[in-house]
Design a binder for this molecule. Structure first.
Ligand code: TTP
Ligand code: MG
Ligand code: MG
Length: 436
């Protein structure tokens, strides 16, 4: 057999390349060999940490290493995750805790420490971002990576870069990951789940169709419990059955979902990796029905917009240091005014009061057709709004705002209105709103 007909491979322990299908590494003897004929041609990866919360807890308490560990409890009394030892006994995520303990009475139960997991998740993510800017996070412990075009930079093909990455996470973070490598998102994600934990699976173009034909329909992204039942009623259980059906037939039966079934069952998935866009600013603006010039009309609008900007900052877990006010006059001239704060904020109250200061200076009888407020110089929310000792009032306001947020969460948005947004005059009713 000519050399280049041998599958490309490498050892996942010592990272020695190997053009052989041998079961053990010739260099270090490890059985953790990776070999695939398409290894050099696949660029789309999905990486997911193994038993993430439990792995972090085991890292921080070595006594737990060989014991079954369950993370969960708290208010809802369900399992967040279980280590692989506890899984042998049947413990699973989302299981009621009492059931989990019936299955595995000797398990050590640990309450989740979300702050810690977020920190570790970010550490792993920034290691991914050192490989390529094309990282699309899916959740706290997983992301898609598009490694095409990075071979020169790394001096190695994606498979080697990924194996190196998995080793690096073990050494530097102290937890393990599983990698899936393929040519599309759907199969990369499927692959990363195939031989967890410490897995590395490859699904190439040549075997995608036959691999999929043996899988249950539930493997398809978007096929949940209800839809699985619908398909079962129609006698459809395996992806192989879907592969024999016409696109038109599937679409007639299941609408847009039918289109997805058609394509994904054949391993056709054009979705690209979309890195989380680095927003430069978060802003919200409104164009009025009638032009406004008076403070009493403009201020309530400013308040409502500030609340909206704040909500979006909080949702994205970011904050910004510069407040930007935008006005458009009736003759379409744009005025922007900005002010830098001592520290970044994401609080509606600080955004509003800073904006108000800027707005007051512009109120001179000029008629405006648009008002906007935004926050730029964005950073992580961790540095935002430190308790302000100099201005105790602002600290109290921050606390009050925190309290309002939790009320809103509990009772819905309508439950809590501030004096400014409540029932503002009809002239101030926004006609068109826009967020950026
Ligand atoms: P997953 O990646 O789904 O699970 P996992 O990392 O624990 O295990 P696996 O090796 O199979 O990937 O989820 C990541 C974390 O999210 C998990 O450690 C805990 C949390 N989580 C919940 O809190 N509830 C849930 O139902 C699931 C599925 C996860
Ligand atoms: Mg995981
Ligand atoms: Mg995950």
């Amino acid at each position: 057999m000519p050399v280049n007909a041998l599958p490309h491979g490498l050892c996942r322990d010592c990272l020695t390349p190997a053009q052989t299908a041998s079961r053990r590494c010739r260099s270090c003897g490890s059985p953790r060999m990776l070999a695939h004929a398409e290894l050099e041609n696949l660029f789309l990866a999905h990486i997911d940490c193994d038993a993430f919360y439990a792995a972090v807890e085991k890292r921080d308490n070595p006594e737990l290493r060989d014991r079954p560990v369950i993370i969960g409890g708290g208010k809802r009394g369900v399992v967040s995750t279980a280590c692989y030892i506890a899984r042998i006994n049947g413990v699973r995520s989302a299981m009621p805790m009492f059931k989990a303990l019936e299955a595995c009475p000797e398990a050590v139960v640990i309450k989740p420490d979300m702050e810690k997991y977020v920190r570790v998740g970010r550490q792993v993510r920034s290691m991914m971002e050192a490989l390529t800017p094309m990282v699309e996070p899916l959740s706290i412990d997983e992301a898609f990576l598009d490694l095409s075009g990075t071979e020169k930079l790394h001096g190695a093909p994606p498979a080697m870069v990924l194996a190196r990455f998995a080793r690096q996470v073990e050494e530097e973070v102290g937890i393990t990951v599983s990698v899936g490598l393929s040519y599309c998102k759907f199969l990369a994600k499927v692959a990363s789940d195939l031989d967890k934990p410490r897995g590395f699976s490859v699904i190439g173009k040549s075997e995608a169709f036959s691999f999929l034909s043996r899988q249950p329909v539930t493997l398809i992204w978007g096929v949940g419990k209800a839809f699985t039942a619908t398909l079962a009623r129609d006698g459809l259980h395996t992806i192989g059955q879907l592969q024999t059906m016409e696109r038109n037939d599937l679409m007639r039966r299941y609408g847009t979902m039918g289109d997805r079934l058609y394509h994904l069952s054949r391993g056709m998935d054009e979705r690209s990796v979309k890195p989380r866009s680095e927003a430069k600013s978060v802003s919200s603006e409104t164009t009025f029905n009638v032009d406004l010039s008076r403070a009493e009309d403009l201020v309530p609008v400013l308040r409502a917009l500030s609340e909206r900007v704040s909500a979006r900052l909080k949702k994205a877990d970011i904050a910004g240091r510069t407040i930007v006010l935008k006005l458009k006059t009736t003759d379409f001239r744009i005025r922007t005014r900005n002010r830098q704060l001592g520290d970044p904020t994401r609080l509606a109250d600080r955004i509003f009061h800073t904006g108000l200061d800027l707005l007051k200076r512009e109120i001179d009888g000029t008629r405006f057709r648009l008002l906007g407020i935004g926050v730029s110089d964005l950073t992580d929310a961790a540095k935002a709004d430190p308790p302000d000792l100099v201005d105790r009032l602002s600290h109290k306001r921050a606390l009050a705002e925190g309290a309002m947020d939790s009320l809103r969460e509990k009772f819905g948005k309508q439950a809590v209105e501030t004096g400014y947004t409540f029932g503002h005059g009809k002239a101030g009713q926004p006609q068109r709103d826009g967020d950026d």
